[in-house]
Design a protein around this ligand. Structure first.
Ligand code: ADP
Length: 295
């Protein structure tokens, strides 16, 4: 992407706001791969930063992302980029992070990823949810606390996404009714484990390998939830390397027959995709509901 004087001025201004003094920029490179924001690698005389910005209607989106990153980083379970700053400038919201240089994957990358994710998941809380709401993609994700993980999954994950899809004319009343018939079955289908701290949006676009060759997680939508939901999420678009699952399971064993529950948990990210990208994500949802409640 061509970088004009105006863009330089934008990055200079946000770095000034972040550090409180002028910082000389050496180079700016735009990064592709983000789903909703514009991102750039900004190298300066004082270090290299990852900067992303948008014209979002949700002005607290980056504040919530920063809080989520700091929450995960506080566990020391695995690499999370340092939050350098966030704010607003010229009608744009921005987030400045430590830039994670890609060091390639070490041979034990996937094992270490599985093991360290199990450490993250071992961080627990007295309730399911989180003390603040956040976003998944550009959709609001509400996190009010619940005592029971399955109730939380229904009330704070499935029902709101189903409601939004119905409101936006993306699903029929009939499909909504199928969901309503399905919810009471969930306590018989899912193990009600203790709350685990989750990244919350763990697909292949949201992790990098750091300069040491190990995983670094970005763009989280965290909450204390059912850890199986996170492992299921990794299967949504083809799955991670087998070594990842083996190492996770060795460190923190999943309840037997996890495979049979993957599609149930993935109703949530699929509904998120329906709401963000449209009806083409509906067929797997309809197929799953038909298995349990007919139509
Ligand atoms: P979006 O919010 O638009 O989805 P992401 O946070 O996923 O954007 O970032 C877009 C891309 O930038 C990611 O796919 C990742 O490859 C890269 N990225 C994200 N954070 C960093 C970082 N701190 N350092 C280096 N690259 C990053």
């Amino acid at each position: 992407m061509w970088i004009g004087a105006e863009q330089y001025q934008f990055f200079e201004a946000i770095l000034f706001k972040t550090f409180g003094h002028e910082i000389e920029i050496k180079d700016i490179r735009f990064i592709s791969g983000g789903s909703i924001n514009t991102a750039a690698r900004v190298s300066t005389l004082e270090g290299t930063f990852f900067v992303k910005f948008n014209h979002s209607e949700h002005e607290d989106m980056f504040e919530k992302e920063a809080k989520g990153l700091m929450l995960l980083q506080d566990t020391n379970a695995l690499c999370i980029p340092e939050v350098v700053g966030f704010g607003e400038y010229n009608d744009k919201s921005y987030l400045v992070l430590e830039f994670i240089e890609n060091g390639g994957q070490r041979p034990d990358f996937w094992q270490e990823f599985g093991r360290s994710l199990s450490v993250l998941h071992s961080h627990t809380h007295s309730s399911f949810g989180l003390s603040f709401d956040n976003y998944i993609g550009s959709l609001e994700q509400r996190n009010q606390y619940y005592e029971n993980g399955i109730d939380f999954f229904v009330e704070k994950r499935l029902r709101p996404m189903v409601g939004l899809a119905l409101y936006n004319g993306l699903i029929t009343q009939n499909l909504r009714d199928c969901f309503e018939q399905f919810y009471p079955l969930l306590p018989h289908l899912l193990p009600n484990e203790k709350p685990s701290l989750l990244h919350g949006d763990l697909w292949s676009g949201n992790f990098l390998s750091n300069p040491y060759g190990y995983v670094c997680l970005v763009d989280p939508a965290p909450y204390y939830g059912l850890r199986e939901a996170e492992i299921a999420f990794t299967h949504l678009f083809g799955g991670f390397d087998d070594e990842f699952y083996e190492a996770y399971n060795e460190a923190y064993r999943l309840t037997p027959n996890f495979q049979s529950r993957i599609q149930i948990y993935n109703l949530y990210p699929l509904l998120v995709h329906v709401n963000l990208f449209g009806k083409s994500y509906l067929p797997p949802i309809e197929r799953l509901l038909r298995r349990f409640v007919g139509s």
